[in-house]
Ligand binder design. Structure first.
Ligand SMILES: Cc1cc2nc3c(=O)[nH]c(=O)nc-3n(C[C@H](O)[C@H](O)[C@H](O)COP(=O)(O)OP(=O)(O)OC[C@H]3O[C@@H](n4cnc5c(N)ncnc54)[C@H](O)[C@@H]3O)c2cc1C
Length: 510
């Protein structure tokens, strides 16, 4: 008979990977109680450290981490790189800036003037290892009061109007909401009966660390071949793709197997003396048909999986968590407007679908066929132009992200520019408490008529920034997205209406 934990949690999160950990921190920041159930006994595996644990972080991720004061800590913990990545990300000069199916674009080709809703210099990318990212996020979640139970894998759940009863690790846990952050093979998603649909894999991808008998038989760099693709970094780091329909995924790759695939895709007479570590992945691209079903929500790989080409999965999942955290917390506190929680799925599902298509497009270019080589030649030509590099950077860096909030101002739905004020503070710093932020560049006039209850619920800044992109006032959600902006002195009714839409009526304030 399973034992029952007598505590009652606002949210039970299954999975303490990066997405679950970030979400736990967001929920605690907003004052709701959190229990995390994690299947693994220990957080670290060799695959989370370099070289395989390296993750490219997009602009929305970098901004989210900065908005929660986590960016510097992650940068400090991450192994130093040779590029100027150790400088503040906004000052970073990076070349190359990223790639599409391995075809690079370079920072000095990118025309940031084509992104008028971003402040100059506020773009770039950085990389960090999973072990460091998870360590920083776990420390934040526990420091804020989340409970993490390890060796406690989610098994099943029952749901009622009052909440959920979860069975995990042979124990029972009770809560109001259940969030599945338990990865691509999510047991929560399956138990909730949420369908997972998409396209089946065309290849098995491998990441391996090997000792080669003769490293000189392989040419360093990425190569498309008649049998697939391999990317070699001397002396023994290999990534390769074998278009086998994905049949070898989930096998435990042996030395013989890795050697055979490497010979096949490289056509080189290569011999592996020893295999140190290897993992497989595929281009399977599937997405949950629902991100919420009653009291169950899905985030991260539990909601969407795709190939790691272009490094988007972690960024997508952290974006889910940033979007979901404040909305779920407000719903639990009882001060959320009706249907606020539903905007989680309506905003994030299309973003996920777009990323899945981005990874599918890269697969189309990588196939070992004459038509894919022809496509590759065209993409190489386009990406080498200023407009081409700018387009690919916009997609890879996530700079073009905009939610359709039904607002006319071109900044609405976009990430808030990190305006810098005369006192040296920045917008991102004013978001660190996880509250909404009202920017009033009209000499403090909004505050005169803003009801006191509002002032308690959101942060308010009335100094004028050095650069203000023509706006007089803007309302920024806790996740850093501009909910509304205006270029003329705002009316009281206008501001109150938009605040009600996102933060509920002040009389509902907890
Ligand atoms: C080779 C490779 C390279 C990549 N490179 C990048 C990159 O550069 N940039 C990028 O953005 N993304 C990248 N990704 C993708 C990224 O790693 C994932 O999208 C990300 O880890 C997803 O985070 P998550 O928390 O949703 O899931 P996971 O990281 O899978 O974490 C899920 C957690 O849930 C736990 N769990 C599983 N089942 C249960 C259960 N039943 N109960 C409780 N806990 C459970 C697991 O132990 C794990 O801790 C890459 C992936 C691979 C494979």
């Amino acid at each position: 008979m399973p034992t029952l934990d007598t505590a009652f949690y606002d949210v039970i999160i299954a999975g303490a990977g990066p997405v679950g950990l970030f979400l736990a921190g967001e929920l605690r920041l907003a004052g709701v109680s959190v229990l995390m159930l994690e299947q693994a006994e220990h957080p670290n595996t060799a695959l989370k450290s370099l070289p395989f644990g390296l993750r490219g972080l997009s602009v929305p991720t970098i901004e989210s981490l900065d908005r929660r004061d986590l960016l510097d800590e992650i940068q400090e913990r991450s192994p130093r790189r040779e590029t100027p990545a150790n400088a503040h990300w906004m000052q970073q000069k990076c070349a190359p800036g990223g790639h599409f199916a391995g075809i690079p674009f370079f920072c000095d080709q990118i025309d940031t003037a084509q992104w008028p809703y971003r402040l100059p210099g506020a773009v770039g990318s950085m990389a960090a290892d999973m072990a460091s990212i998870e360590a920083v996020l776990a420390r934040r979640a526990t420091r804020l009061g989340a409970t993490i139970r390890r060796s406690c894998g989610f098994e099943t759940f029952e749901e009622s109007d009052a909440g959920v009863i979860v069975r995990a690790g042979g124990e029972m846990f009770a809560g109001r909401w259940l969030v599945g952050c338990d990865g691509g093979r999510s047991a929560v998603r399956k138990a909730a009966g949420v369908a997972f649909t998409g396209t089946n894999p065309e290849f098995t991808g491998y990441s391996a660390q090997v000792v080669l008998a003769d490293p000189s038989v392989l040419t360093p760099g990425r190569h498309y071949t008649p049998a697939g693709m391999y990317n070699y970094a001397a002396p023994g780091t290999i990534a390769m793709v074998d278009f086998d329909g994905g049949v070898s995924h989930r096998i435990i790759p042996s030395r013989d197997h890795i050697e055979a695939v490497l010979r096949k895709v490289s056509s080189a007479d290569v011999s592996i003396i020893s295999l140190e570590i290897a993992t497989t992945w595929t281009d399977r691209a599937y997405q949950a048909t629902m991100y919420r079903r009653n009291r169950v929500l899905l985030a991260g790989d539990a909601a969407h999986v795709h190939s790691p080409l272009g490094g988007q999965g972690l960024n997508l999942g952290l974006g889910d968590a940033m979007n979901l955290g404040w909305k779920l917390a407000a719903t639990i506190r009882g001060d959320a407007p009706d249907a606020l929680l539903d905007t989680y799925a309506s905003e994030r599902q299309p973003v996920g679908a777009q990323i899945l298509d981005w990874s599918r497009a890269q697969v189309a270019l990588m196939r070992p066929s004459a038509s894919s080589r022809a496509l590759e030649a065209i993409v190489r030509d386009v990406i080498a132009t200023g407009d081409g590099a700018t387009y690919f950077a916009e997609r890879v860096w996530g700079v073009g992200l905009r939610y359709d909030l039904g607002e006319s101002h071109p900044l609405a739905g976009r990430s808030a520019p990190d305006f810098e004020f005369a006192d040296g503070s920045r917008v991102n710093e004013h978001l660190r408490a996880g509250r909404g932020l009202l920017l009033d560049f009209s000499a403090g006039s909004v505050l005169q008529w803003l009801p006191g209850e509002w002032v308690d619920r959101i942060a308010y800044v009335s100094t004028t920034p050095h650069e203000r992109m023509g706006i007089q006032a803007a309302l920024i959600r806790p996740d850093g997205i501009i909910a509304w902006a205006c270029e003329e002195a705002p009316s009281c009714a206008e501001v109150q209406e938009v605040m009600r839409r996102w933060f509920g009526a002040p009389e509902n304030s907890a």
